[in-house]
Design a protein. Structure first.
Length: 318
């Protein structure tokens, strides 16, 4: 049986980019999928442009009433998904047609052994046992605003926040860029929750998975092209790598690493979405509820949203 995968695309005011991103996700060769756009309070033509997809059986649009940030938008997608696995594409991502298929095959492959020559006990697994893969990352190509193409092939340390000494020689320092195109088992979100509320959410999530001992598989082929534009979060002066906001959030992430070094424990991040009442949903029958780790107020908010949908109060107009 082909496992069901949700492709979650958070977006904010990217009307000029979002349609090709949705088409690329819908054209994925993986046969059992749903494309979920979380519109993070866009004020441009995003909703109008995407309205042509509203009747597509594999598409779901969720419009948030205000802009709350990428991490929050991703968590909405997690909380409203019952898929076996989730992947996150940005509005400026162009995936290879087989990306989700190859990641899914790697994620659900059977009989992956914990080779006794490796120190599996340190990661909480018995040497010689069989492992369930928790997440699958892939190499990708990054196109920068000045036109340069950079192949993101991480053969060095995947955990630069713990071992920066293994990053020398990297074209682009840091490994967190893998995460936003990863495929994650739904059990990851049940055990560890969702994304932390910061603009370093990918970096923090990567650390939490690795430090928790979640088995990772890397597909060595570049299965995604990421196009960075001048208004991307990583390029904008307000949120680029040198911005005060980014530095502050990066410090918070590093403090969590320091806490792990001191205690050997990783703290989960329960999804906290206290208010979903204003959400606009394109197809009521496509909305699902997740078993992800979340706060009681969030689960109650999901139930209230579902009740409103049953009453026809937030379904897209025909």
């Amino acid at each position: 049986m082909v496992k069901y995968v949700d492709v979650i695309i958070p977006t904010f005011n990217r009307a000029q980019l979002i349609e090709p991103a949705v088409k690329a996700a819908l054209d994925q060769s993986h046969s059992n999928k749903r494309v979920v756009v979380i519109d993070d309070g866009s004020t441009d033509q995003t909703r109008n442009i995407l309205s042509s997809f509203f009747d597509h059986p594999d598409f779901l649009y969720i419009g948030l009433p205000s802009n709350v940030g990428t991490a929050f938008a991703k968590n909405v997608g997690i909380a409203l998904s019952d898929a076996s696995a989730l992947t996150f594409h940005d509005s400026d991502d162009r995936p290879h047609v087989d990306k989700v298929l190859l990641q899914s095959r790697a994620l659900f492959q059977p009989d992956v052994g914990a080779d006794p020559c490796l120190n599996w006990a340190l990661a909480g697994h018995a040497p010689g046992s069989f492992l369930d893969i928790s997440w699958v990352l892939t190499h990708h190509t990054l196109i920068l605003p000045d036109g340069r193409r950079v192949d993101i092939r991480r053969d060095l340390s995947l955990l630069d926040d713990v071992f920066p000494n293994l990053q020398l020689g990297s074209t682009v320092p840091g490994e967190w860029t893998h995460i936003n195109s990863g495929l994650f088992s739904k059990h990851v979100f049940t055990r560890l929750g969702g994304f932390s509320d910061c603009i370093e959410e990918d970096r923090e999530f990567r650390n939490r998975l690795i430090l928790s001992g979640e088995p990772l598989w890397i597909v060595p082929e570049p299965l995604l092209t990421k196009i960075e534009t001048a208004d991307s979060l990583t390029q904008s002066a307000a949120s680029d790598y040198d911005s005060a906001r980014r530095k502050s959030d990066r410090t918070k992430v590093w403090r969590k690493v320091e806490a792990w070094r001191a205690t050997g424990k990783v703290k989960p991040e329960p999804i906290d979405l206290p208010s979903l009442e204003g959400a606009f949903v394109s197809r009521a029958e496509s909305l699902k509820a997740s078993n992800a780790l979340m706060t009681d107020t969030t689960r109650e908010a999901i139930h209230r949203l579902a009740a409103r949908i049953m009453n026809g109060n937030c379904v897209a107009a025909q």
